[in-house]
Design a protein around this ligand. Structure first.
Ligand SMILES: [Zn+2]
Ligand SMILES: [Zn+2]
Length: 139
């Protein structure tokens, strides 16, 4: 995820890359994962001490409905600004920390298979979207 500063022409550089899900590294414990690699695209410009631009990440997320635990896949994408300062002797700037942050912060906290998901019965555990149950829930 490094861009050589010398490679950025005055009119800007379009940078594309495929980001494997393993990019997030171990210790990533949210229940959910990216399906296949994410597409990363960025259009960056440089000034005397900064690389700036706009970037996008797009891919597909595989996770489970928070109510009924059905597996769901959904398109996922985020856009963010790149703004990295560099020193005179630096040869490249590294977009890795920015991309990793966006992948983590951009994950939805709660996902429902459908807005009106009825969830699982607290009594017998059946998926109430698929069938009704005979539990006499007294609340
Ligand atoms: Zn659901
Ligand atoms: Zn039940």
């Amino acid at each position: 995820m490094k861009i050589k500063i010398l490679d950025i022409p005055p009119q800007g550089l379009e940078f594309t890359s495929l980001v494997p899900p393993s990019f997030l590294g171990v210790g990533f414990d949210l229940e959910g994962a990216f399906l296949g690699p994410l597409r990363f695209t960025a259009l960056v410009h440089k000034t005397a001490d900064q690389v700036t631009g706009e970037a996008q990440l797009a891919g597909e997320l595989a996770t489970r409905c928070s109510r009924c635990l059905t597996e769901v896949t959904l398109p996922w994408n985020v856009s963010f600004s790149v703004d990295i300062s560099y020193q005179r002797h630096d040869e490249s700037v590294d977009l890795t920390p920015d991309v990793r942050d966006e992948m983590i912060l951009g994950l939805p906290v709660k996902i429902l298979c459908v807005d009106a998901c009825r969830g699982l019965c607290a009594g017998c555990g059946v998926n109430l979207n698929i069938k009704s149950c005979k539990c006499q829930c007294k609340e």
